[in-house]
Design a protein around this ligand. Structure first.
Ligand SMILES: Cc1ncc(COP(=O)(O)O)c(C=O)c1O
Length: 359
């Protein structure tokens, strides 16, 4: 089957007749520690407040995020997950032609097309480990109004260093091109964020998600950082009340939990290294270096055919993300979330069993 997004447990459970609770979900890349305790407490404490509307523009969270980066609230929008802004930005800016590296997150193409924008792919290749060449991208900056980059890139995990990104942004500014950088997974590599640079570059937008790192995809919370003039245009198109009260309270509490951030980074770094090494030792598997909480794998013989591999893993209770739907990848590619130490060992064992059952 073609998966458009990870985490669609209900559909998979119905299609394959496996109860949801028996599936370990490696297809959605969510922090395996679960939400910070303080965020859960804030949600419970916030229940009584549900009789009131939330702040119309999420000003409390905007103020907090602005303060953390030395920005002002005019540089911030907050809303119902970062997805809100993937769709809002093209609607508000009406670009005619946009350059988008591929493979990358599929919603960019959908959002751009819905806004009547032509999508020009900038191919990333397996030969180059799907790394983006900043000079190549700068040379391709012709006759487009918008560039969308994802760092770390979903599904490849590759991350551009801030100095390289800033060179691309400066070149885009010279051509009057807006650069929209999706940093949905940046909290897993916090030193590489460029969000504070929105003050310097009038053409820069930076997207942040709270759902992956803080494990609250069901609650929905995200933010957009940008230069104030650009943000004014986008804010005019935003619907009211898109950050609900519980999400606002939970993100506020989550941001205060430095210990949770440290434990997450320590665990993910260690477990990503464990899985990278484990997959690299399997015959027919190529694993791409990742800075995020997921890994991209390419499988070839003697690994089982992709459909069979997917099904055998699922029968063992392991759901992985087939990358068949990503232009520039195909069925031989899989994305695997980094989960807890115990679950990751189970995953490796299931892959080894899958190979043994076919050779
Ligand atoms: C790269 C990227 N950006 C944005 C999103 C949207 O996330 P959310 O709306 O939960 O913040 C996703 C979700 O998978 C993603 O992978």
């Amino acid at each position: 089957m073609i998966q458009q997004h990870g985490g669609n447990l209900r559909e998979i459970s119905q299609r394959y007749g496996i109860p949801e609770e028996e599936i370990l979900d490696f297809s959605a890349s969510i922090n395996p520690l679960g939400p910070p305790k303080g965020a859960l407490r804030a949600i419970l404490d916030g229940m009584e407040g549900l009789v009131h509307y939330p702040e119309i523009d999420g000003i409390t969270l905007k103020d907090r995020l602005a303060g953390e980066e030395g920005l002002s609230v005019e540089n911030l929008l907050v809303g119902n997950g970062s997805s809100e802004f993937i769709y809002l930005v093209p609607r508000a800016l009406s670009p005619k032609r946009a350059l988008v590296p591929m493979p990358s997150f599929s919603d960019y193409g959908r959002a751009l097309k819905l806004a009547g924008c032509q999508v020009l792919p900038f191919p990333l290749t397996a030969e180059e480990g799907f790394r983006l060449d900043p000079e190549g991208l700068i040379n391709a900056l012709k006759e487009v109004d918008l560039v969308i980059l994802c760092s770390p890139n979903n599904p490849t995990g590759s991350c551009l260093s801030p100095d390289k990104l800033l060179r691309v942004i400066a070149a885009a500014a010279e051509h009057g091109i807006t650069l929209f950088c999706d940093e949905a997974f940046i909290d897993f590599v916090p030193a590489t964020t460029i969000r504070r640079h929105v003050k310097e570059f009038p053409n820069l937008l930076v997207l942040r998600s709270f759902t992956k790192f803080y494990a609250i995809p069901g609650l929905r919370a995200g933010a957009l950082y940008g230069h104030s003039a650009l943000m004014e245009k986008i804010a005019a198109f935003q619907e009211p009340w898109t950050l609900n009260r519980l999400a606002s309270a939970a993100v506020g509490a989550a941001l205060s939990d430095a210990a949770y951030r440290e434990s997450t980074l320590a665990m993910i770094d260690k477990e990503r290294a464990f899985l990278t090494e484990g997959f690299a030792s399997l015959p027919g598997v190529r694993v791409f270096p990742s800075s995020a909480n997921f890994l991209l794998l390419e499988t070839n013989p003697p690994m089982p055919e992709p459909d069979r591999l997917f099904t055998v893993l699922l029968r063992a209770g392991i759901l992985v993300r087939s990358c068949a739907s990503f232009p520039g990848l195909g069925p031989r590619f899989f994305r695997i979330a980094v989960r807890s130490p115990e679950e990751n060992r189970l995953l490796m064992e299931s892959f080894r069993k899958a190979i043994r059952s076919f050779v």
